[in-house]
Every structure is written in C-alpha cells, then in structure tokens.
Design a protein around this ligand. Structure first.
Ligand SMILES: [Zn+2]
Length: 73
C-alpha cells in the first residue's frame, strides 16, 4: 500500500513531522524560529520533503500498524 501524495510537492508522504512549534534553524549568528504554517494557528503535520504544512492530512486516517492489529481481532 502506497502512502498518499503531498498536495504541495506531489511526492508521497513517507514522513509527516509533528511540529507544534516549528523548528529552530541556524542562520550563521544564532538560531531562528521557523514554522511551516502560513496561519496564526499552527499546523500539526508537516511533510519532511518540502516542509510544508499538511492541513487536511492526518496519519491515523490511513491506518497505523497498531490499528491494523486491532482490526484483525
Ligand atoms: Zn510535500
């Protein structure tokens, strides 16, 4: 089963990052706070290939190994 494609870069979402506060990036003189969200509210999931928010994406909608195990019973 293939993962869904990213609506931004069209690549498969193999890794979705959970970044509630964004990330800190070194700019040569210090660390600067970055975020993938374009809005005030922070997107919970970010595609690691393009670091763009996945507003409609939620991993659990596509199933997890734990959920599949539970479904067998
Ligand atoms: Zn992407």
């Amino acid at each position: 089963m293939d993962p869904p494609n990213c609506p931004n870069c069209q690549q498969p979402i193999e890794r979705a990052l959970d970044l509630p506060y964004g990330w800190w990036e070194w700019n040569g003189t210090g660390y600067r706070l970055r975020t993938a969200s374009k809005r005030v509210d922070v997107a919970p999931w970010v595609h690691d290939e393009c670091m763009t928010e996945l507003r409609e994406f939620h991993p659990h909608e596509y199933g997890t190994p734990v959920m599949r195990e539970a479904g067998k019973r």
